[in-house]
Design a protein around this ligand. Structure first.
Ligand code: CA
Length: 427
């Protein structure tokens, strides 16, 4: 039921109550059928709905929606439209797919053209990502890492409670779920005070994050976006695994921050959950004390209740074993604040830019979003039901992240972002 007590709307297509891809979600993506060009789609249950063909059928007539905008291998052109247009498309799709809507339901020829069984398509990367920024917005994560590297007294840097710390990342190596990730090689300093060595990272890790895509027209260089403007400028969210080589990171990060420890791969879930679909799950973020500067103040209920999980599988532990359960609402800095801070200098943003939250850790031991924290730098290994132990990732391991918001009788979920660890390239 929704907040008015009305049962949640259902589709004429069968959708399981625990499916992440309910009528209330309708996430955006890109799919391809064998031998055909990729096209934009939305997902409902185990179906991909071909938006290019639906628009060609004239059932998707929306003012301001250019012809052919879904006949693309990425969502970028659609993402560039004003929020009012994408909301109108979303409303139209929701109406067309309802149980009581006959236009598509009762047209077998059209159904064959636009309703693609998910098993018959390849799900591709959804967006041509322009720029990628990674924040560091979980207080628990920043505190845990700070304690490990600087001690409890200096855990949070003096700036941390005043601004959403971040760094500019690498877009070219962002890959969709299912892409295997090769263990990187790099400079390591196994023994403090001694010269570095070159070789495969021994401390490969995941970071559980959620990212947002900027949507709407590009901003002008020199202009800014307020916290309150973000509602019209955030297109949707994906799960992000920010693969990290901790030993490379420890040696290289000072004074300019992460570099090759992070740039070899970042994985994202392929269905972009619309900002609009998450609105019923808004919650207050943790209290911000000291009060942020005025440009970082804004709307209430600016966070979301999104359950997040990480599971590990290995060649011996084939059933994925949960190692982390946490929630998006633990984030101290909100996405709206991240966007406002990113642009406060006049930095322009473009449709398709990705901004990730930083590792999302909660206050509990099992709510830590990286192995670095879960095993406390390897000193407290995780024991798997197979009898194996993990301090960091080993070759052949699989990392699976998932997330969803629970409605009354439906879910708005992200599906998963999954990646296998391949051995490092031989010398
Ligand atoms: Ca990160």
């Amino acid at each position: 039921m929704d907040s008015t007590g009305t049962p949640a709307a259902q589709s004429f297509l069968e959708v399981a109550a625990d499916s992440h891809f309910s009528l209330q979600n309708l996430p955006w993506g890109v799919v391809a059928r064998p031998g055909e060009e990729p096209r934009c789609a939305v997902r409902l249950g185990d179906w991909a709905i071909d938006l290019a063909r639906l628009q060609a059928s004239d059932l998707l007539a929306v003012a301001g929606l250019p012809n052919g905008v879904f006949e693309r291998d990425a969502l970028n052109d659609f993402m560039a439209l004003p929020a009012s247009v994408r909301r109108a498309v979303r409303a139209r799709l929701g109406a067309l797919l309802r149980r009581d809507a006959p236009q598509l339901r009762d047209d077998p020829a059209l159904r064959r053209r636009v309703l693609l069984p998910l098993a018959d398509v390849t799900v591709l990367a959804p967006v041509r990502i322009g720029d990628y920024t990674d924040f560091y917005s979980s207080r628990d994560h920043a505190t845990n890492v700070g304690i490990m590297f600087r001690g409890r007294q200096n855990a949070l840097m003096p700036n941390w409670l005043h601004l959403p710390v971040g760094y500019h990342g690498r877009a070219s190596s962002i890959v969709p779920s299912g892409t295997a990730v090769r263990r990187p090689r790099g400079q390591l300093q196994p023994n403090a005070g001694e010269p570095p060595v070159f070789g495969p990272s021994r401390l490969l890790d995941f970071e559980l994050e959620v990212g947002f895509f900027y949507g709407g027209p590009p901003t002008e260089l020199g202009s800014t976006l307020s916290v309150d403007a973000a509602d019209d400028r955030i297109f949707g969210l994906v799960l992000v695994n920010d693969w990290s080589a901790r030993d490379v990171q420890a040696w290289e990060y000072q004074p300019l921050g992460p570099f090759t420890a992070k740039n070899f791969a970042t994985s994202i879930s392929p269905w972009v959950v619309p900002w609009e679909a998450l609105q019923p799950f808004r919650r207050e973020p943790p209290p911000q004390d000291p009060a942020p500067l005025p440009y970082l103040r804004g709307e209430r209920n600016a966070s979301f209740d999104i359950a997040l999980e990480v599971a590990l599988a290995t060649p011996r532990q084939t059933a994925p074993h949960p190692v982390c359960r946490t929630n998006f609402r633990h984030l101290y800095w909100t996405m709206q604040q991240q966007l406002a801070h990113h642009t406060v200098t006049g930095c322009n943003v473009r449709p398709g830019d990705l901004m990730a939250s930083g590792t999302i850790s909660g206050p509990d031991r099992d709510s830590r979003g990286s192995l670095l924290e879960l095993t406390w730098r390897g000193s407290e290994p995780i024991r798997l039901p197979s009898g194996e132990e993990r301090r960091f990732l080993e070759d052949g391991d699989t990392v699976i992240m998932t997330g969803w918001s629970q409605g009354d009788g439906y879910r708005v979920g992200f599906g998963e972002v999954r990646g296998d660890v391949l051995p490092a390239r031989p010398d």
